[in-house]
Design a protein around this ligand. Sequence first.
Ligand code: BDR
Ligand code: CA
Length: 310
Amino acid sequence: ARKVILDCDPGHDDAISIIIAASRLSDLEILGITTVGGNVEVEKNTINALKVKDLLGLDVPVVQGAERPLVKKSEVATEIHGESGMDGPVLPKPKSKPDAGHAVDFIIDQVLAVKGKVTLVPTGPLTNIALALLKAPKIKHKIEEVVLMGGGTFGNWTPSAEFNIFVDAEAAKVVFESGVPITMFGLDVTHQVIATKEIQQRLSKVDNKVAKFVSELLVFFGDMYEDHFGIEGGPIHDACTTMYLLKPELFDFKHVHVAVETRGEFTYGATAVDLLNVTGRIPNTHFAHQVDQEAFWNLFEAVLESYDEV
Ligand code: BDR
Ligand code: CA
């Protein structure tokens, strides 16, 4: 089983990503869930992670991480995720508190402790991952892959920047320049997996408590996307990371160089994806550019159905 750490800011689509990783169709070994300030304040993201953990009956550590980006001020996305960061469904208060310690140390300790390598799966701003790489560069050799959601060739927070990268572009720069293998799910591909009304209808037929939770998430998230972007339904961005880990063949990739803009007046937080290799730089990223939509939703439906027996 591949060992993963899910570093997230749940977040509707972060929650869905956890559900995929923890499902019976997955053979991932989740070493822990770490949280970061992003969609909302880190404390709220941690509470949401704990609620999802309880819902799934998951027995993994949840460790809180960075509350703010490396350099600039925090920025939250309550207009997309609501005040709680996971508005819509109502889950009971968490049964437990987060585990002691800081996410950055948890990541470092786990990566160094395990036999073999660890895959990091960040679906929020890259603050924790950058801090871990800066604090303990020796972990680089033990990271199999960073499978992240962020960036793309267009933006959703500014015309050129995607939210996760925009929130902490300096951290993203550290990660993309680290030399660690990166697999990137940016908006180019996540906007190919939109939970439209039709998809919502189809998934709402799966009858178990996890599927019901996901359906409620999708309704809220979809309404917010419709209001905010005029898109019918929300792209389940973060879910691409764990769907890929379940079934890599769902996606097509280009091996390219990606740089992160940290200075542009209009382009702060943009990812410069060198699709035509005009820079001649050595590729640092497997950039997902296409997904088999039919196969994606079939597998996603099967993931939800796999919770029938839980
Ligand atoms: C990303 O931003 C967050 O709002 C989502 O959870 C996702 O990680 C999409 O831009
Ligand atoms: Ca997220």
